[in-house]
Design a binder for this molecule. Structure first.
Ligand SMILES: [Zn+2]
Length: 230
């Protein structure tokens, strides 16, 4: 994390404001005020994890487990604003907060002892170095702290991929082939795993990584993202 000292200085001079409504935060509030926290655009995908539009997207790309998203995505909407803070405003703690919030929601819905481990979609090492952290790993850390399931870091991104944004579905699927691998000797036999990312658009990236985990013997790989994409 860069500019930590500078951020501390800013926090002293300017009070922290809510990432959604910009009102000043109370001391007991973190990043998002209480009233915005309860009004986020939540999905109910975890209540029908094998029957939602995200599950349909990855069908045919990987052996589908549960597919879930914390928030709905809308362009220029709340989830986009939060993701922007997380990815481009040097706010890794936003990812941890969203992971904790979703972890509590999942725990309330009976998911507490579901997973043997949580994987995050890795960034290419050069990109992670530039950003200072992996936003999806921050989400995984938050989930892990609530669900008591360890974060695993043995999934690697071995190839740099150009942005997926302007690619067709077929191009995206080809673009992420052979991008992920596991640290040699990683044993996932009979493990039930949760694989997380920040956004799912076509599902090609998550499916490619899920297939690597399944090929290493995982019994089931469920997917969870901060926000469902278009
Ligand atoms: Zn607010």
């Amino acid at each position: 994390m860069r500019f930590t000292f500078f951020n501390d200085f800013l926090a002293l001079v300017f009070p922290q404001t809510c990432a959604v409504c910009r009102s000043s935060l109370f001391d007991f509030e973190e990043l998002i005020c209480r009233s915005c926290q309860v009004q986020l655009p939540f999905t109910t995908y975890h209540q029908r994890p094998d029957n939602n539009d995200l599950a349909l997207k990855v069908m045919g790309l990987t052996r589908v487990g549960r597919v879930m998203a914390f928030l709905r995505y809308s362009k220029k909407g709340v989830s986009q604003r939060l993701l922007h803070q997380l990815k481009y405003r040097n706010q890794p703690e936003m990812g941890v907060l969203l992971g904790k919030m979703y972890g509590h929601e999942l725990a309330r819905n009976g998911y507490k002892d579901t997973w043997d481990g949580i994987f995050a979609i890795p960034l290419h090492p050069a990109k992670q170095k530039r950003r200072g952290y992996n936003q999806s790993m921050m989400f995984a850390e938050g989930l892990s702290s609530v669900l008591d399931s360890p974060v695993r870091d043995s999934l690697l991104r071995t190839k740099f991929t150009s942005t997926q944004t302007n690619k067709s579905r077929m191009e995206r699927i080809a673009n992420v082939e052979h991008v992920f691998s596991l640290v040699t000797g990683t044993d996932l036999k009979n493990k039930k795993l949760l694989l997380v990312d920040d956004v799912m658009t076509t599902g090609a990236t998550l499916a490619a990584a899920a297939n690597v985990l399944l090929e290493a013997g995982a019994e089931q790989v469920d997917l969870a993202v901060i926000a469902a994409g278009k």
